[in-house]
Write a protein that binds this ligand. Sequence first.
Ligand SMILES: Cc1cc2nc3c(=O)[nH]c(=O)nc-3n(C[C@H](O)[C@H](O)[C@H](O)COP(=O)(O)OP(=O)(O)OC[C@H]3O[C@@H](n4cnc5c(N)ncnc54)[C@H](O)[C@@H]3O)c2cc1C
Length: 511
Amino acid sequence: MSDSAAPERAIVIGAGLGGLASAMRLGAKGYAVTVIDRLDRPGGRGSSITQGGHRFDLGPTIVTVPQGLRDLWAACGRDFDSDVTLKPMDPFYEIRWPDGAHFTARQDDAAMEAEITRLSPGDLPGYRKFLDDAEDRYWFGYENLGRRAMHELWELIKVLPRFAWLRADRSVYAHAARRVRDPRLRFALSFHPLFIGGDPFRVTSMYILVSHLEKAFGVHYAMGGVQAIATAMANVIRDQGGHVKMGVEVDEILVENGRASGVRLIGGETLHADLVVSNADAGHTYTRLLRNRPRRRWTNAKLDRARWSMGLFVWYFGTRGTRGMWADVGHHTILVGPRYQAHIRDIFINGHLAEDMSLYVHRPSVTDPSVAPEGDDTFYVLSPVPHLGHDNGVDWAEQAEPYRQKMLAMLEERLLPGLAARVSESLVFTPEDFRDRYLSPLGAGFSIEPRILQSAWFRPHNISEELPGLYLAGAGTHPGAGLPGVIGTAEVLGTLVPDAAPVAPMKMAAE
Ligand SMILES: Cc1cc2nc3c(=O)[nH]c(=O)nc-3n(C[C@H](O)[C@H](O)[C@H](O)COP(=O)(O)OP(=O)(O)OC[C@H]3O[C@@H](n4cnc5c(N)ncnc54)[C@H](O)[C@@H]3O)c2cc1C
């Protein structure tokens, strides 16, 4: 491209964390960037809703691999730690079983080994091996595969022997079960894929690398919630000269001369650009935003056949005058239900809303006073449920309130006695809210499930297979969901998009 007086323009559809990170990378490459999102504040699933003095951080709560964020800021000539305060968590989280058994996860090796020994002394050697396995998979899966583009089939073929050697065909649970015998430890070492929408009994064992991420880099909380990260990203984009337009929805990606040339908004306005990045879900990007263009790979039929991550039922609530109560309940608690494998099967395979549930309980007010009025607590409690695409779909209009009541009863009985009388604010998200708020196909929590045949080259590519000039970032593309994943999608995207052509200096009148 030749020098011109105006910078090349890029449009990013979606201000999710992957979209914002992409916009930062493009800004650093010299593009004039405009980010467009239909919500009222940036962050996508990482945005927040404020209600009755409580800030409900809607999605991600656990920040792992802060280096990914630091690298992103550095690529823009900025210092992440000057813009966002991360607080290391100690402990990371507590797991509680119905029989009263509990397990506290920490970064400290000796403390972790003491916990393993307390629950099952014979499993200590297996646990150590599991951690070694996790580190091997980290170097290969995260540092090698996760940080480079995987759109060439050859890139996949080259690594197949290593996949085979690492038994990537085995599931996360199967790998944990080979190393430890105690069912509670098998749970503690295998539930992590649920945080990125994967079925632990079917997702590739490459994902045990998460245990290494936690151990090596810690678990952090962003003061101000992940919303604070998203807001800081939007500020960097504006400082780079870019624009973040909220409350605006893209209706279609425009094509001119066989290339992405901009977007048409709902309402008809068109915006032109030299390249377009979609951070909307990959399914939405192809079935809706490119609906008028023939597609070779990501046809509606192929996307219908894909396996999607589970849905989420999330109850956000505030409690009045409880800051001194429930002293043993920390920032992150996992309340395990009576069944593991059969329950996961109900969620992912049978599509059946089970009577029992396993809960993740988030209580940020123990760390961050900004989330609640003084003396009060802010919580969210999350239960994995089937997405909306199963034949015997759940009728959420009917089921949401009874399900919330069941959740409340479980919390009262096992974690937060006296809760019902203390609830002051309440907000529920079902998979239908994920569908309607984030335009997430089937209301899935984390886009396409990270199974082996839906990962790396098999996932929608960061450089679109369907349209030159279109790029994809976010959970539905490579390397995948989760904060480190979507920040990684922008890193990969940065390797694929050329630098913007230099802008020619304006000619002075006297010249
Ligand atoms: C409840 C929950 C808890 C989680 N917990 C964690 C955690 O603790 N740690 C972790 O690392 N990860 C966690 N995750 C996963 C992580 O939050 C997501 O994978 C990640 O935030 C997704 O980012 P994304 O870039 O794919 O964009 P998304 O967040 O999906 O955002 C996409 C944006 O695009 C916008 N959009 C879509 N279509 C259009 C359109 N046509 N026009 C305009 N805008 C459009 C949407 O409004 C949305 O804002 C959690 C997720 C959820 C839901």
